[in-house]
Design a protein around this ligand. Structure first.
Ligand SMILES: *Cc1c(COP(=O)(O)O)cnc(C)c1O
Length: 427
């Protein structure tokens, strides 16, 4: 495949955008080569600036559950845009989407809409601190909660790929209030609880991790965190920015049967437009301004285009609840195919999967936390990624990211991807 126009566009972009992009992972630093510039997309495919067509396995990193340019979302956005793009005043649409979210997700009464997953997580911990009157939070190495200072202590995803787990610009003062535990490692949490009695406002985590590749919680892990949080008056925050409306209509809380005290959303909830949200019980949410003293605001929060897109997306899910089973079956099919295709290379690899999240790590050992994910063979991953790309299959350009399947993908598309994996690894 030729990437001539993408190369030229990347050179031009680098003159005016740091690294040529507006979000680091897009720059292909982890895999090398020239990032593919998108021209347009429809369903499961996109076309790049050179006219190459790809099967898309990231779906805008998760939001596009039904694929690109999904008609109901398009119609909602166009219809809304004609009526005005932003008001800075309340609309009925916000209530309508909130009602739908509350009806779909267990254990929440009220929602605050924001503009990104980062904002949702950042605001959720502020509310948790305001509510509990405590300063510290526990997060897990390799879990990503957006780029707010409090989370860039050793984040997964882009920050890891860039080898700067502790970003310059995050102050020591901020860092001291974020305690780091290891995923699937209860002892590491217990030690922090013992060392900081009565000081921890919240434990925040991805209930199924997706930002160090896909790492499911081991049996008992979330259950025990739930128990300890209840015992210690700590709020358990599920960051469901990735899992919400993807694993099931009620997210990981529903699928795993575990109650969180607060939930953060993003990605699918906006149907491809910039939306985030955090939600909790009435009792917790009443501490949020203007009802309570914990401040949080946004000029474009609840934006009508974004709310319209989110509403169209969630309504489409409600109309077609079979989407989750179809996605899971497609992902399981891909899983089996990749096991076979990759097996041809003789290189050790591990495939982790939960629902429609799946990832490949080139390592012999089970991948159950950040440390084991980080021991993967980056060189093998790079070759695998480019082998797939050149065969028209677009995977996440980092070993620390999960693939996101969308319902527009056909079994033929999956067969193409599986065949490409076999061919890529054979060379
Ligand atoms: C993507 C993601 C975020 C950040 O959301 P943005 O919209 O990129 O700010 C937070 N948490 C998780 C689990 C995510 O996957």
């Amino acid at each position: 495949m030729r990437y001539q126009r993408s190369s030229a566009l990347f050179r031009a972009a680098n003159q005016v955008l740091p690294g040529g992009v507006n979000s680091p992972v897009r720059a292909f630093k982890a895999v090398g080569g020239v990032p593919v510039f998108v021209r347009e997309a429809s369903g499961a495919y996109f076309t790049d600036a050179d006219g190459n067509r790809f099967i898309d396995f990231i779906a805008s990193w998760g939001p596009l559950l039904f694929g690109h340019a999904f008609e109901p979302v398009l119609e909602a956005v166009i219809d809304r845009a004609r009526k005005g793009t932003s008001f800075g005043m309340p609309t009925a649409l916000e209530t309508e989407l909130a009602e739908l979210v509350v009806s779909m997700v267990p254990h929440i009464d009220k929602v605050r809409f924001v503009n990104s997953g980062t904002e949702a997580c950042m605001s959720a911990i502020r509310l948790a601190r305001g509510y509990t009157g405590r300063d510290k939070i526990i997060k897990f190495a390799g879990c990503y909660h957006g780029h707010a200072d409090a989370f860039l202590i050793q984040a997964g995803s882009g920050a890891v790929t860039f080898g700067s787990p502790n970003s310059p610009g995050v102050t020591a003062g901020t860092a001291k209030d974020t305690l780091l535990a290891n995923y699937n490692d209860l002892e590491s949490v217990e030690a922090l609880l013992k060392a900081n009695p009565g000081q921890i406002a919240a434990i925040i985590l991805e209930p199924v991790a997706g930002n160090m590749g896909c790492i499911p919680p081991e049996p008992g892990f979330l259950e025990t965190l739930r128990e300890w949080c209840t015992r210690e008056g700590i709020l358990l925050i599920f960051d469901e920015v990735m899992t919400g409306f993807r694993l099931g209509r009620g997210g990981a809380q529903e699928v795993l049967g575990i109650r969180a005290d607060m939930v953060a959303f993003g990605k699918v909830i906006g149907g491809g437009l910039p939306v985030g949200a955090f939600a909790a019980s009435r009792e917790i949410m009443r501490h949020l301004a203007p009802e309570g003293p914990v401040y949080q605001a946004g000029t474009l929060s609840g934006n009508p285009l974004a709310m319209g897109a989110g509403l169209a997306m969630l309504q489409a899910i409600e109309k077609d609840p079979g989407v989750f089973r179809r996605l899971e079956e497609k992902t399981a099919y891909l899983h089996r195919g990749l096991e076979e295709g990759l097996g041809k290379s003789g290189l050790p690899f591990r495939i982790n999967r939960f629902g429609s999240m799946i990832s490949v790590h080139f390592t012999e050992e089970p991948v159950r936390d950040f440390a084991s994910a980080a021991r993967g063979n980056n060189d093998a991953f790079r070759k695998y990624f480019h082998g797939m790309l050149d065969r028209g299959v677009y995977l996440p350009p980092s070993a620390f990211e999960s693939y996101f399947l969308n319902d527009a993908l056909t079994y033929e598309d999956l067969d193409v991807a599986i065949g490409a994996a076999g061919a890529a690894m054979a060379t």
